[in-house]
Design a protein around this ligand. Structure first.
Ligand code: NAD
Length: 262
């Protein structure tokens, strides 16, 4: 298999819960390519799992960052400025919406739930890009994770679909801002993959099965597929790509109609 060499590069991955996390799937590929890694996790209860995951990566640095806490966000970049000086790659793998906002009708989304979902799932990318920009260096790039419900209605995804639309639009605006310095940002739009966040979406298993039934490749995607696209987009191999949302969904989104088996 083609292996990208990222020896000497430094990457911060934000939003890893366990080995199923899409952030971890990209981190594992970055590690295999030789990059040095730092991770952020949301709260103390996730620290032990991340310590276990990274036990064979002695140089890994771990930071606790809840993206709604401005001081925690600033602290990780201040520390990385001290110890690393520069950041080559950044992975944003963070999303949240209150469960009640994904159970009923979108029309019933409360103001608080709407603001929470958009703040954590979309605004955090802007805040992180702003903190990271001074540490970026030649060839630096970012990726975030998004989903098809940003473009089309996926029942129950509700406010998270709206947050993903804001996220994808932010990728385009951030690409314009960062591009002036040669830095890049792209979104990986992954088909359903079994992770903690995914399993909290009502009806997730139906979505998961539907992809294999309808997509041209006739299968689901997995962490391996997502990791490969993530590391490609970060790497110099994608040096001419920015502001894009690129799908890794076994081709599901190209289908306009499903007529069942011939
Ligand atoms: P995950 O549960 O492993 O990761 C989500 C992460 O978001 C968790 O680590 C959680 O701690 C973090 N997070 C939530 N609120 C936070 C906050 N306030 N501060 C800091 N971190 C916070 O699940 P995942 O599926 O790997 O999700 C990663 C990204 O991939 C998300 O943006 C998700 O929407 C996206 N995505 C997932 C799928 C899928 O099917 N799993 C498909 C497309 C896109």
């Amino acid at each position: 298999m083609l292996q990208i060499d990222l020896t000497g590069k430094r990457a911060l991955i934000m939003g890893v819960t366990n080995r199923r996390s899409l952030g971890w799937s990209i981190a594992a590929k970055l590690h295999a390519a030789g990059a040095e890694l730092a991770f952020s996790y949301q709260g103390e209860r996730l620290k032990g799992e991340l310590e276990k995951l990274t036990k064979d990566i002695p140089t890994a640095r771990l930071y606790q960052v809840d993206v709604t806490e401005e001081d925690q966000l600033k602290a990780v970049f201040a520390d990385l400025a001290d110890v690393w000086g520069t950041i080559d790659y950044l992975v944003h793998a963070i999303a949240f919406a209150p469960r009640e906002a994904m159970e009923g009708r979108y029309i019933d989304t409360s103001r608080d739930d709407w603001v929470t979902a958009l703040e954590i799932s979309a605004y955090s990318l802007v805040a992180i890009a702003r903190e990271a920009e001074p540490l970026f260096t030649e060839g630096s790039s970012m990726v975030t994770l998004t989903y098809y419900a940003a473009e089309k209605v996926v029942p129950k995804y509700n406010v998270m679909g709206v947050a993903k639309s804001a996220l994808e639009a932010s990728v385009r605006y951030l690409a314009y801002d960062l591009g002036k310095k040669g830095f890049r940002i792209n979104a990986v739009s992954a088909g359903p993959v079994k992770t903690v966040a995914a399993r909290s979406i009502p009806g997730f298993m139906k979505m998961y099965k539907r992809v294999a039934a309808v997509s041209p490749l006739g299968r689901q995607v997995d962490q391996e597929d997502v990791g490969n696209l993530g590391v490609f987009l970060l790497s110099p191999m994608a040096g001419g790509i920015t502001g894009e949302t690129i799908y890794v969904d076994a081709g599901f989104h190209v289908m306009g109609m499903d007529l069942g088996d011939d």
